[in-house]
Design a protein around this ligand. Structure first.
Ligand SMILES: Nc1nc2c(ncn2[C@@H]2O[C@H](COP(=O)(O)OP(=O)(O)OP(=O)(O)O)[C@@H](O)[C@H]2O)c(=O)[nH]1
Ligand SMILES: [Mg+2]
Length: 178
């Protein structure tokens, strides 16, 4: 049985913990702690170490899902979590002040890993803020030299997150399917 590992990253509140909980076939493991700093303006809890879940793929393969903390002060976990991964899911929150800046920051922070693997991008909270549009993101990505999948997802919706994961698997190997 093959085992694969993918990593979810992105800024605070983008929905990494929620997305992994939405698609995991086993109860997810979370390390959320009560937020004590500015984070709590946005939500009560924040990931301090990692999220973990598992998705069972149709061929009997297991996809291990790891989520990073969004806060930069926990970025020492990022390098640990990407070890052995086959691809990155970047979640962006469309209600943040400058989601393009977030996108550039995370693409830069994980550039070595992305260079060796690949990335698919999901934009959350588009129901709360419809600008920038996915077309705007496409233009930005192209300027940065990327041509990767990017679409709107609601991290609470299993099917949305599942499609995002499938886009990543398909980019890696059109033979691996859910
Ligand atoms: N309205 C709306 N809410 C969403 C959407 N996606 C996720 N959420 C909510 O946004 C919040 C995301 O919180 P988390 O999943 O903790 O975010 P995180 O990325 O793990 O954050 P950190 O661990 O702090 O970095 C949750 O309250 C979700 O229910 C969306 O598309 N629309
Ligand atoms: Mg989290």
């Amino acid at each position: 049985m093959s085992q694969f590992k993918i990593i979810f990253t992105g800024p605070v509140g983008a929905g990494k913990t929620t997305a992994i909980a939405s698609i995991s076939d086993e109860p997810p493991i979370k390390t959320d702690a009560l937020a004590t700093d500015m984070t709590k303006v946005r939500k009560a809890a924040t990931t301090v170490a990692m999220d973990y879940g598992v998705m069972n793929l149709s061929g009997g393969e297991k996809l291990h899902l790891y989520g990073t903390p969004g806060q930069e002060r926990f970025d020492f976990m990022w390098d640990i979590l990407i070890n052995g991964g086959i691809g990155l899911i970047l979640l962006l929150d469309n209600t943040r002040v400058d989601p393009f800046k977030d996108m550039r920051f995370f693409l830069e922070s994980f550039k070595d890993f992305i260079g060796e693997t690949t990335v698919s991008i999901g934009v959350t909270q588009m129901d709360l803020s419809d600008k920038p549009t996915i077309d705007d993101y496409h233009v930005q990505l192209k300027e940065l030299g990327f041509n990767n999948p990017i679409f709107a997802v609601d991290a609470r919706v299993r099917n949305d997150v599942s499609l995002l994961v499938q886009s990543l698997l398909y980019t890696l190997d059109p033979g691996i399917e859910e």
